[in-house]
Design a protein. Structure first.
Length: 132
């Protein structure tokens, strides 16, 4: 992965973690950039228990089937997940279509029971817009 991509994802994920902590002061949020593919993960915990897991995808990772295992695991283990797509590569309508399809694929790929799914677009400044 290019250093500039890694730095950008680190900035976006850091901003998202800070936003989550501002919205709920009882939350401790942390983030990590995947060393093998251009994506990041934000984890929020409250009193040592995971309350949110968010995947910040890039155009290269957004529709990869190999990420499905991560999504299904998080859905089953924690009851929900969020996926964010880059606004620079997806219009609002296309992002909603991709995210809706992704939710269905998670259900068909082994998610057990009901799970919470949220979808976002993020911009070049690390601002997030909720789509679903």
């Amino acid at each position: 992965m290019k250093q500039e991509t890694k730095a950008f994802l680190d900035m976006v994920a850091g901003r998202r973690a800070a936003q989550m902590a501002r919205q709920d002061p009882t939350v401790v949020a942390s983030h990590v950039v995947d060393e093998h593919s251009p994506r990041a993960v934000v984890k929020a915990e409250r009193q040592g228990k995971v309350v949110a897991f968010e995947f910040i995808e890039t155009a290269e990772t957004a529709a990869l089937h190999c990420n499905m295992e991560d999504y299904v695991f998080v859905s089953n283990e924690f009851g929900g997940l969020a996926v964010a797509l880059p606004e620079s590569d997806y219009t609002r309508d296309i992002a909603v279509t991709v995210l809706t399809d992704l939710k269905g694929r998670i259900q068909r790929s082994g998610a057990v029971g009901d799970f919470r799914f949220s979808g976002y677009l993020y911009d070049g400044m690390g601002n997030f817009k909720r789509l679903m």
